[in-house]
Design a protein around this ligand. Structure first.
Ligand code: NAP
Length: 273
């Protein structure tokens, strides 16, 4: 069955690979990017199956226009993938109000708004998917990535609420938790304006690791992500609400869940004694 997709952040990386794979599978994809010129190659390779649109997810009017245009041109929608994302690098003390707001606009407010706009369409059909691309950072936290981690944790909280709210209408919702894909994510992080030498020792190893992420030997390919998302959308079994994908994501999250259980045991020891 051919599906109709709206995917954000298709200028590169996971979004671009997903749009290409869905089009190759015979689906129709509204592929969006802040600069639509970045979608030209996708459109050339996949012809009429890719509909390029301008969308900065922080812009409410562009979000409304994108959903309206997608529904108008495709006659409906089956899958929304909130994939667009970026990161500001800095500690809690270093990240300023505006930088934090901007980070949350991209990682939380934009995806929330797009879900709100798409839900009536999916509800009327009685089917569809909302997939929010979170991160390993939606479950774990890392020094220097406070704003990004906050955004991804918030996105997961919203996803879990939405999954329960939308299920009675036949709408399937999940957070995808990527880690370790070779994309430009690690190099596209911007530094907080007020970086301080005080935190360099605590945060620089993480900064270096992210810069070199795409070159790690254990890295996964964006095409693997795309293949997994197509499988997730085609699955006829109930979906887990949070789905780790990519090199080491599941193992890292399993270790974090185990550490969380140990932490709870320590809390019992502290408060029951
Ligand atoms: N790669 C990984 O291993 C990994 C791990 C954890 C989470 N993720 C998540 O996966 C998603 C895709 O990232 P990626 O790895 O494919 O990195 P990427 O290649 O840097 O792609 C990120 C995409 O998001 C777009 N974007 C950023 N801010 C936007 C905004 N305000 N409005 C619309 N588009 C915006 C970028 O567009 P421009 O070209 O306009 O900047 C780009 O197309 C992100 O949500 C990221 O947090 C990836």
């Amino acid at each position: 069955m051919a599906r109709r997709w709206l995917v954000t952040g298709c200028s590169s990386g996971l979004g671009q690979a997903l749009a290409a794979a869905a089009a190759e599978a015979g689906d129709e994809v509204v592929a969006t990017a802040r600069k639509p010129a970045a979608l030209e190659d996708l459109r050339r390779r996949h012809g009429g199956r890719i509909l390029p649109l301008a969308l900065d997810v922080r812009d409410a009017e562009q979000c409304r226009n994108a959903v309206a245009a997608a529904v108008d041109r495709l006659g409906g929608l089956d899958v929304l993938v909130n994939n667009a994302g970026n990161g500001v690098f800095g500690t809690v003390e270093e990240v300023g109000d505006e930088e934090l707001r901007d980070q949350l606009e991209t990682l939380v407010v934009g995806p929330w708004r797009l879900a709100r706009l798409v839900l009536p369409v999916l509800r009327a059909q009685g089917s569809g998917h909302v997939l929010n691309v979170s991160s390993l950072s939606g479950r774990m936290s890392f020094p220097g990535l406070a704003a990004y981690v906050t955004g991804k944790h918030a996105l997961e909280g919203m996803t879990q609420a939405l999954a329960a709210e939308a299920a009675p209408f036949g709408i399937r919702v999940a957070a995808l938790e990527p880690a370790g894909y070779a994309t430009r994510y690690g190099t596209s992080l911007t530094d907080a304006a007020d970086r301080s030498a005080l935190y360099r020792d605590a945060t620089e190893p993480m900064r270096e690791q992210l810069r070199g992420m795409a070159q790690l030997p254990t890295v996964s390919r964006p095409e693997d992500f795309a293949r997994d998302v197509l499988r997730i959308v085609a699955a006829d079994t109930p979906l887990p609400v949070r789905i780790p994908v990519g090199a080491g994501s599941l193992d890292s999250i399993a270790a974090a869940v185990h550490a969380g259980a140990e932490e709870l045991a320590a809390v019992r020891g502290l408060l029951d004694g």
